[in-house]
Design a protein around this ligand. Sequence first.
Ligand code: ZN
Ligand code: ZN
Length: 252
Amino acid sequence: MIYNYHTHTKRCNHATGADREYVEAAIKAGIKTLGFSDHAPYDFPAEIPEYSYFRMKKEEGFEYVESVRSLAKEYASDIRILCGFEMEYYPDYHQSQMDYLKRFSPDYLILGQHMLGNEFPTILPREAGDLHLSYYVTQVLAGLATGDFLYLAHPDLAGYGFSPETVAREYRRLALGAKRMGIPVELNALGLREGRAYPDVRFFRFAAEAGCKVIYGVDAHSPDAFLRADIEERAKKIALEVGVSLITDPIL
Ligand SMILES: [Zn+2]
Ligand SMILES: [Zn+2]
């Protein structure tokens, strides 16, 4: 692919490598538009005492943006570099979080919903049974409806361990909603690299049926993720099998 909008940096505490190494690996892989989208710092209200371990700290935000912007200048003749964030949609904090992020002037945001409710406290654990997946889909659709997101990362993150009827009902609902809003859904390469439960063909069959736009996302947490041509081939094979066509041109 000549684009990737899903790129992390070591600031999130579960990625490795220097920012520059991501850029150089992406160039080597033939990427023309590279979007950094590290896990956004969160401006939770002061009464929330915990500090999230899987995203950059608030005090790292400007340094992240400066680093990406300066690499964009330095490598301008080789690659187009954008600076964005991956975010959750937390209903109670969404507006204040959007206001907070304005200071970084991000080029775009992607929605990657890893937790339900407002993160603190986490509500509806998997023990809630099939309701958990319904809640996930409802929350994601509400997030997309804000219009704040360029695309939906790993839409199929939550769908394992539920009854086939629930998965079918909820994944169909998610695919139809994304289609209605015209928001691309991601076929996530991290899941393939790490053998996770996603990409989930059950979701992508509904995406095909609904006519969703499907975008490839490297979800790089290390620079070498860009050099996995084998993973891209597998993603293309999945897309072909389920009958979706992956977006081939940059969308931003
Ligand atoms: Zn991550
Ligand atoms: Zn991500």
